[in-house]
Write a protein that binds this ligand. Sequence first.
Ligand SMILES: [Cu+2]
Length: 182
Amino acid sequence: MGSPLKPPDGNWWNQPINRRESIWLGLGAVWSMILFGWMSIWTREGDQNPIGRTYRVTEEEFREKIEAYKEAADETDDGIVPPGDEVYIAGLRYGWDGLPVVLEAGREYDLHLGAYDVQHGFSVRPEETLSKQINLQILPGYEWVVPMTFDEPGTYQVICNEFCGVGHRSMHGTFVVEEGDG
Ligand SMILES: [Cu+2]
């Protein structure tokens, strides 16, 4: 019997590796190289990648775009009614410029998302199904154009889910989705 206080007899430190262990180590090494190579495919293929287009834009340019959009839009008691299919929304400390907005159910809009100051999280969810939501990161310096369709009429809540400062928790907004014409 060996003692935990004394080393085992013989050259225990220089035994050949068991064949099965070598095979599994080899399989592990091969698989890790396959996954390593696959990383470059994952950045191009698959539904996990963000959709839409992004453009570089300065904070000033994005403010001007939002102003021009709001000039062209109608303002009702429920919110901004966009003039066409383009919808502009900017995150800022602490609120959403461009919300509330009134949209039609079943119609595809292009959401132009941006930020005036720091990174914000754009989280949209239907009021009655809070577990169903999408989360997008929006960054200053970029305009992200995301196609989006609301299938069901109702109120959709927007919150910021990226901590951006003391007023972060007050960053609420809404989409008011009404029955479409179609
Ligand atoms: Cu925020």
